[in-house]
Design a protein around this ligand. Sequence first.
Ligand code: DAT
Ligand code: MG
Length: 153
Amino acid sequence: MAAITERTFIAIKPDGVQRRLVGEIIRRFERKGFKLVAMKLTHASEDLLREHYIDLKERPFYAGLVQYMHSGPVVAMVWEGLNVIKTGRVMLGETNPMDSKPGTIRGDLCVQVGRNIIHGSDSLESAEAEINLWFTPEELVDYRSCAHEWIYE
Ligand code: DAT
Ligand code: MG
């Protein structure tokens, strides 16, 4: 069952950072009602990125994907809330921006699959693995949101 403390890993990719979309993307998660638990601007190593996308290692675009993700800084974040993994994916839109509906991040802000500006975990298992890969336990900040009672009954 989905929990209020469910967490997902969201990353704004190098194109999103370069295109000054960081504020726009964070704004959407904040306004929705999700709680920011961790965030850093980081130039990820190729080793970390290869591991992050390890499930896609046999795909023809894997090397280019790692290169693109390594081409500049990314904003790595952990967001928390009820059903945040699935809802986060809905907010992102489809993998290919061409298939993404208006109103979604990819539907509104990007054009091509190889420059789709944002990553979001797709399952509980991948969320846990990705959070552990990108963050140390100390980087996950424990605090109570003052809006909690106004977002949850
Ligand atoms: P998502 O990022 O929606 O979870 P994914 O995990 O299947 O999608 O793929 C990871 C990233 O790889 C995706 O955001 C963009 C890139 N990618 C996926 N399919 C691709 C393709 N057919 N050509 C080029 N890049 C692709
Ligand atoms: Mg994925």
